[in-house]
Design a protein around this ligand. Structure first.
Ligand SMILES: [Fe+2]
Ligand SMILES: [Fe+2]
Length: 316
């Protein structure tokens, strides 16, 4: 049976990389000191109407460029996000809460490591505990979000395991970091895992151990749009608002499927399919992405696809 209207819609967006106005970053080739992309995203979301109007957004980290080091940047990002007319759940990424001391030494001022209790970190002080983990249920779908620092000093993996164990079916788990490479060759075969590699085996075990009760795992961090199925979970990298693949992903949930598509920002002059200056075809192609632009924005089948659902058990 085909259902014409979704039960509800929601949006996943990631890697906003808010910058303090006028303070250009040298980290991304796509520096946007006026935050034009973030502002376009907010306007685009506020314009969604009808069945596409999301009940909520999930923003999966790297909310800021330098929030781990500059609390004011997080405060200003929060003020900017207050223009959203849709409720949102937010998580910290490595630019908001540095993952380990090794990375902090390489990127001082951008991924500073917070030595004190998590409760005294910049991100916690600005966004509170709900910015570090969330778990809620909507229309039979269970959403779990978590924030991870390398080697798990804050204990979210025990919490995540308990949350996943409690999901009866139709779980959707969101973190900042991917569980597997987003591409089969090129720089993304290895890039980005140095932020969470100590936690990776357990994280993979938690999601795969759910044996299909986690139907989708969403992440950011690599700034590309990708999708693949591993075990019984669909893994989705959500692109990036800032640069690499400038847009967000809309999910429309039906009783028998999730229909989803990546939506690029409405202003094409803001599109950016070249993150971290990665344009070398030798580093930005793989078997199914023959050009650097394809590598960043994903194939058509990665932009629009469906996740079929089995009927929920009677007690869910
Ligand atoms: Fe990022
Ligand atoms: Fe990141």
């Amino acid at each position: 049976m085909t259902h014409a209207k979704p039960l509800f819609s929601w949006v996943h967006a990631t890697d906003l990389h808010y910058e303090q106005p006028g303070k250009a970053s040298d980290c991304l080739n796509s520096s946007d000191p006026d935050n034009k992309r973030l502002n376009c995203f907010i306007n685009d979301i506020n314009r969604l109407q009808g069945p596409q109007k999301p009940e909520f957004l999930i923003l999966s980290g790297d909310i800021t460029e330098r929030g781990s080091a500059v609390k004011q940047e997080l405060i200003q990002a929060k003020e900017t996000l207050s223009r959203l007319q849709v409720p949102f759940h937010i998580l910290a990424g490595n630019h908001d809460l540095g993952p380990n001391r090794e990375i902090a030494a390489v990127y001082p001022g951008k991924e500073d490591y917070h030595e004190g209790p998590l409760e005294t970190s910049n991100f916690f002080q600005v966004f509170g505990p709900e910015g570090l983990r969330f778990s809620f249920q909507r229309h039979g779908f269970h959403f779990v979000g978590f924030v991870l620092r390398d080697a798990d000093p804050d204990g979210p993996l025990d919490w995540l395991q308990a949350q996943v164990d409690a999901i009866p079916s139709r779980g959707i788990v969101i973190g900042h970091y991917g569980l597997y490479p987003a591409r089969t060759a090129g720089f993304l075969l290895k890039w980005g895992f140095s932020r969470h590699e100590k936690c990776l085996p357990r994280l993979q075990s938690i999601i795969n151990g759910a044996n299909g009760r986690v139907i989708a795992y969403l992440n950011g961090h690599n700034h590309v749009n990708s999708v693949f199925k591993n075990e019984k979970t669909t893994h989705i990298s959500g692109g990036c608002i800032k640069g690499g693949c400038t847009g967000y992903r809309l999910f429309e949930c039906y009783p028998d499927r999730i229909a989803t598509r990546f939506i690029f920002l409405s202003d094409p002059t803001l599109w950016n399919f070249n993150c971290w200056g990665q344009t070398d075809p030798g580093r930005c192609i793989d078997d199914t992405h023959p050009t650097p632009e394809d590598y960043h924005r994903g194939t058509p089948s990665e932009q629009v696809f469906e996740i079929p659902l089995t009927p929920p058990s009677p007690n869910t």
